[in-house]
Structures are given as C-alpha cells and as structure tokens.
Ligand binder design. Structure first.
Ligand SMILES: [Zn+2]
Length: 244
C-alpha cells in the first residue's frame, strides 16, 4: 500500500532496493562492469533518515564518497569530485548518484515523515521546508550567504531565484524539490566537466529520493541515467534499458 502513496506524486518510483538492483543489473548488462569495478559517489542530504534508509546493496560498489550536504547539493565541490575520481579502478567507472529528498507519509502527505520513536510527523527535507517557509514569508534576502549557515543560505538563494514558479505551484514543496533537483543536476554537470577521471566511464544518475514513514523504507524516481565514454566523449542514456 505504501508505494501507491508515493506513486501519486512520483508515478515511476520504485523501492530503493529495486532501484539499486536495476542500476547494477543495467550497468553490468549494457556497460559490462561489475559492482567492484564501480566507484560510487552520492550527493544526498545529510539527514540521518537517509543513512537509516540507505539501500544496502549500494555497498557492493566501492565507496560511497559523500558529495552532498543539505538537500543533496554537492557542497563538497570540485575538491570532493576530484578526490574520489582518483580512487576509481582503472578499468572501471565512477557512478555519481545525486538526488534531493522528500518525505511522503503512508496517507500520502508530502514533505513529512513519521520517524522512529516519534509520534508526530516531522519535516523532510527539513532544510527545503525551512527555506520554503522563508520564501513564502518574503524573508530571503538576495545575495545573503553567510559562513555560519552557508548550505542553508545556498538553498534559500536557489529558491529565491525560482520564487514565482515555487509559490504559484499546485504543491509548493513538490515544486521546490524539482527546482532543487535542477540546481543539483546543473552543478553536477559543471563539476564533471572540470574533473579528469582515470577510468573508462562516468555514469550519472539523477533522481528524487523519497523517504517513507519509519516502517515504509525509501523509494526513488530516476530523472537521468546516462554514461559518458571517456575515450570517445560519447554520451548515452540508459533510461529505457533501466525501465525495461
Ligand atoms: Zn534533507
């Protein structure tokens, strides 16, 4: 019953267990690489629920190297990207998984989850909901980025630059998460272009990571699954193969 609540918002969502199974199967079938030839980096929110609901089979890959900070933005930057790039098996690939996250409760409420040991629901992603509340209240100041709250301020600025789109949306936290995905995707593409990888392929997987209530586990809807052949520079999507 819980995946139905998720699919009201994300029609192609799968459980994160199925997601990783399909990811690894697709890579093996179409690129010919096994999990131990893959260096995995993720760019996900540092929220503890993502550690609790992390799909176990992802650990068959090397890593993960964590690029993400609040709501999955790759705050580790060019230094983080370079670091794991130089840990990859030479005949293998790097797999970069990036996703903002969002909670969906059993009854289909979006932007919240019931956490272990708590009776009420709490915000998920808390940072995104916090930035959205400030956006609605008109409290985000253009250009305000402080060292005390750098990551949060970056999310606030991202939302401010899509203010009309978010505030006019049918569901604001859903739309804000789409905006966040696009900001993460843009930044990952820039970072990838600026990094030299001593391996055969770069595999990019962009998604929305969906947290369920404490007994629901997590889900994932892919938005991008592409690989770059570093020798030819060619790029190919594996989305159709992934959903086969
Ligand atoms: Zn979060």
């Amino acid at each position: 019953m819980s995946i139905e609540a998720v699919r009201k918002w994300y029609p192609k969502a799968l459980t994160s267990i199925d997601t990783v199974n399909r990811l690894l199967d697709t890579i093996e079938k179409h690129i010919g690489l096994k999990p131990n030839q893959l260096m995995h980096a993720d760019s996900m929110c540092c929220d503890d629920v993502n550690a609790i609901q992390y799909p176990p089979r992802a650990y068959e890959m090397l890593g993960p190297f964590h690029l993400g900070g609040l709501d999955g933005f790759p705050f580790a930057g060019i230094t983080g990207m370079n670091a794991f790039a130089h840990h990859v098996p030479e005949d293998g690939a790097v797999v970069i998984f990036y996703a903002p996250h969002i909670g969906i409760t059993k009854d289909g409420t979006i932007g919240e989850i019931g956490r272990i040991g708590q009776t009420g629901n709490s915000a998920c992603c808390g940072a995104a909901k916090g930035a959205l509340a400030k956006l609605s209240a008109g409290e985000i100041v253009e250009g305000n980025i402080t060292s005390l709250d750098f990551q949060m301020n970056t999310i606030e600025q991202t939302f401010l630059h899509s203010k009309e789109r978010i505030l006019n949306a049918k569901n604001q936290i859903f739309e804000a998460t789409e905006v966040m995905y696009e900001a993460i995707d843009d930044r990952i593409e820039v970072l990838v272009k600026q990094t030299a990888y001593p391996c055969k392929y770069v595999i990019l997987v962009g998604a929305i990571f969906i947290n369920g209530d404490r007994d629901m586990g997590s889900f994932c809807q892919y938005k991008k699954f592409e690989y770059i052949d570093l020798e030819s520079g060619g790029r190919k999507s594996l989305m159709d193969e992934y959903y086969e």
